[in-house]
Design a protein around this ligand. Sequence first.
Ligand code: GLA
Length: 415
Amino acid sequence: MAAPRILGGTCSRVSCIEDLFKEVFNCSPTHRVRAPGRVNLIGEHIDYNGLPVFPMALQRAARIVFRPRNDRIVALHSSDERFHPVEFEIGPEIERWSQGSWGNYVKAPAKELAYRFEIQRGFDGVLQSDIPVAAGLSSSSAIVNAVGLALAHLNDVLAEPGEFAGLMAEAELFVGTRGGGMDQAISLGAKDHSAAKVSFNPIRLQHVTVPDGWCFIIADSGEVAEKSGSRQAEYNLRRTKCEEALHIISTNLLEQGITEGLHESYPELCASLDTEVLLDFSENLLTASEHRCFRHVVTEAGRVEAAIERMLAADIRGFGAYMNASHDSLKTDYQVSTEALDEIVQVAREGGAVGARLTGAGFGGCVVALAERRRARDVLGALQVEYYERRGRKNRMNERLFIAVPSRGASVRVI
Ligand code: GLA
């Protein structure tokens, strides 16, 4: 492993990471890859249950400038001094570093691609990202995608976009969180000005243009929601509960002759019976906590479909109402909200947002609020004053509070 090297403060311009590259590797980079973060508009904690979700990619991204090597080493430095340089040899047997090490997000795609394809070339690279870390905006999947695309490009890996997104989702399981495929799919496949309905098995994206007058605002609570850290067990526990609930309900439906075959997935189960019927039927079969999780999943699936209809109809209030209902369900049934997130949601709604909800896995991180563009200033002002300033919380240079611009997905190119 290369000797750790401190590269100075965070830089935000492309020329700046190119300078850093020259400083570290004594030559110029030849390629550049960019993979954006995302904000999920609605459909939380249901992607790993195979149900569609509705995120959009952000203007904030992970960027790597790199130069191919003639061996299978990946050497990656970060412009952010909190993240030490990483170096390893690509192969299907790569082992994880300790839990919480950011380098595992670099190893993850290398291992997956090496397992599936002939990968002979690594790279020297410098990473710079302006996606807030551990804030529910997929800073980690952006790194996975950027490294994965760089390696795929250098090693002539051929894969359909949906297949590649699936590979990257599979790759990230290496880190230990049993996530779904939303983050990787939207970061790779998004289109400018649009959100996308992401469906699974196989991954498909249906793009929906965000109406001009709509403004999505992101407010970071400042509470760290580290996916690979302490929240991992909580996240995985919920996924297990969902799987158990599906198994119990499907088995009972079959045994009681209500369905003909065993439903092995949530999409099949949700399509087979009305939501209210399913909820009544399951109440006495599940523990109270399993039933709450189940109720979140099946009602959230309905909200995704209904909210997309509202966006297509340019009905901002209708869309906002589904965002509000989603937050309430995540708070009460799925129990992944926090006091700070609830407080931001409240401030945003009182400040003029038509809807607000936690976004991403929860347990901290960010809220996304929707406002008419002409009211955005009011909502931003309310959040700045009522959340950040009044409570003495830091919000330097709008790092934590910003307008989300629906942006295009990842790309790699020669410099
Ligand atoms: C994380 C995971 C996603 C998804 C969300 C919750 O971001 O990576 O797959 O499950 O949490 O919706």
